[in-house]
Design a binder for this molecule. Sequence first.
Ligand code: ARG
Length: 267
Amino acid sequence: MCPPTFFDVREAKNPYMRLPIDRARAHEQWDKLRCAFTDAGVAVITIDPVAELEDMVFAANQVFVGHSARIGNFIVPSEMRCLIRQKEVPYYVEWFRDRGYKVVALDLKGECLEGHGDLIWHPDQSRIWAGYGFRSTRGGIERFAAAMRDLGFPVIPVSLVDPYCYHLDTCFCPLNHQAVLIYPGAFASGSLGTIRQHWPRVHEISRDEAHAFLANGVVANSRYITPRVSPNLSRILEQEALTPIIVDTSEFEKSGGSVFCMKASLD
Ligand code: ARG
């Protein structure tokens, strides 16, 4: 995670973005999220924030993190769509390189790729779900897929169509090996068909639920850390034997991000 020391809203990068940010409140919310992770048994390590990089707190985006039998721990650096966010990437790459991660650098040739905002591991790490359309581009995903093929990981592209679900992590959340939480309206119809083919249980949330970041949660040791619940989400979590843990992320939602966006998972 990255502390929100310089967190701010400066340009409209997505349809959620609005002012003003309450910095003190953002810090409190971030601390509570950090505690929710540690309470769930997940160790939290931080990267130092950098002045002027107002979105660096969204640690899901700068690199894709993986582990391969062939090359061990690795990262794939992102090519962020927004100029200011491109500057975050080298800091994250350095952090991971210093800790022994191999850097799989792609020649993206102007295509975009936004890390775990759009690239989500299947829970058994057998394949990678890849959203494109608003941030990552189809071409970026194709180049990423070619590199992952060499490591033995198939990539499944899915096309995003709702501007409020500009990253895959806003509308698609694997709950376990068999169940996924999705907002169907965020996907092109062919992509929705692909999702349904791969998952024995597809749980659906509504547009309003998705836009309230209910699919942007994190599953950790039988818990679902989420900014809020709805009756529908509570029922789904119960069916999947997950306990909801609610952490208010309202300040970060003003920047278009919530729980899932504020961390990179290291395993
Ligand atoms: N303001 C950030 C942006 O628009 C929010 C990023 C949210 N991250 C995510 N993984 N969905 O780039």
